[in-house]
Design a protein around this ligand. Structure first.
Ligand code: ADP
Ligand code: MG
Length: 351
């Protein structure tokens, strides 16, 4: 078109780049909570406390007892593509939630971010607001890290407009915590609503690491999904070609009218993967009509080289090197458990 006037090619400045990246990483308060809690888990935390006000719109604070960040590395934590989790030589060898080094700079670009952390005997704090970084200052903190994000999206008004009600955003935050808590029964989680008048508090107490992981998981799932799920849940365990499947899947009689109770994790990472969800459905095909949906919490573990988690910035998608094996493992592992349960039920009735 004639009115298209060319302007010269320019390099965007760091602040603009961060705001653009933030669009992919932080969609809403719940995505900020996800990034911060994943950072706490990556830091080896055993207790994580999340406080939010107004659905996370005005305040998100994540406190952990992990290994912390040394004072001299705090500015790096806020700079793009800076991470302690990979060295860049092997992008398939990922054992942590994070690795892109994008979350903190993105959060600092869209809100007012303060990180206070203790490493060794030293504690320090750094603040950034709309990408303006203040110098590191000494601070007082007993252990771990406190990350506080105030006024998310104040620097990106367009995003601010897309936020839903406090209630809806709160609910999304709660869902993120539940999902991450399912995979970490040895970590204690607390979610508090600190809004004026808001009084909600949810706690998932940590199981002692000395106990059986399946028992710990069963207890945690009972807290999160309800006692009825726990009572109807079959223990799942299967291996195939270097992939292992574990978790709990509910009896067909405990099916749901939607897929709300389907939780899948690959190497501890919550995923929503069409192929895996399809496998779950296929496993129950003999038992459920099309309008009923199985309830299950399943963990696939494998060598990180067999799965690419580097597909999407929010990292909820994964790509298996051999998808057929993952699918087959879910279908056969679940069918086996369902058939056994059916057999037990029929012999009980007969006997
Ligand atoms: P990534 O998690 O992809 O490395 P982030 O921007 O989320 O990128 O964090 C940058 C770095 O800051 C991390 O690699 C880690 O070294 C450090 N960090 C962030 N949060 C914490 C925390 N809660 N405890 C300890 N270190 C942290
Ligand atoms: Mg991170």
């Amino acid at each position: 078109p004639a009115e298209s006037i060319r302007t010269p090619i320019r390099q965007l400045d760091e602040a603009a780049i961060n705001r653009i990246a933030a669009g992919e990483v932080v969609e809403r308060p719940a995505s900020a909570v996800k990034e911060l809690v994943e950072n706490a888990l990556d830091a080896g935390a055993t207790r994580i406390e999340v406080a939010v006000a107004d659905g996370g719109k005005t305040l998100i604070r994540v406190t952990d007892d992990g290994h912390g960040i040394p004072a001299d590395e705090l500015p790096l934590a806020l700079s793009r593509h800076a991470t302690s989790k990979i060295d860049g030589t092997d992008l398939l060898n990922i054992h942590s939630f994070g690795f892109r080094g994008e979350a903190l700079p993105s959060l600092g670009a869209v809100g007012r971010l303060t990180i206070t952390s203790r490493s060794g005997n030293e504690a320090a704090t750094i603040a950034v607001s709309g990408s303006r970084i203040d110098p590191v200052k000494p601070a007082a903190l007993n252990r771990g890290t406190v990350v506080e994000l105030r006024d998310i999206f104040f620097a990106t008004p367009a995003r601010l407009k897309f936020m839903r009600s406090d209630r809806a955003e709160s609910q999304a935050v709660g869902d993120v915590i539940k999902r991450l808590a399912m995979a970490e029964p040895y970590v204690g989680f607390t979610l508090r609503d600190v809004s004026g008048g808001g009084e909600g508090r949810v706690t998932f107490r940590a199981d002692p690491e000395t106990g059986d992981l399946f028992d710990a998981l069963h207890g945690r799932l009972g807290r999160i999904l309800g006692a009825e799920f726990a009572e109807n849940a079959l223990r799942i365990g299967a291996d195939r070609n270097g992939l292992s499947l574990s978790g709990y899947a509910a009896l067909p009689t405990y099916s749901r009218g939607s897929s709300v109770a389907q939780y899948l994790f690959v190497n501890g990472r919550p995923v929503r993967d069409k192929m895996l969800l399809g496998a779950l459905r296929a496993a129950y095909s003999d038992y459920l009509s099309r309008d009923r949906h199985p309830a299950a919490v399943l963990f696939i573990e494998c060598d990180p080289h067999l799965v690419d988690v580097n597909v999407h910035p929010a990292k909820s998608e994964v790509r298996f090197r051999e998808p057929g094996i993952a699918r087959g493992l879910i279908v056969s592992g679940l069918r086996h458990a369902l058939a056994e349960a059916g057999h037990r039920a029929s012999t009980t009735v007969a006997g």
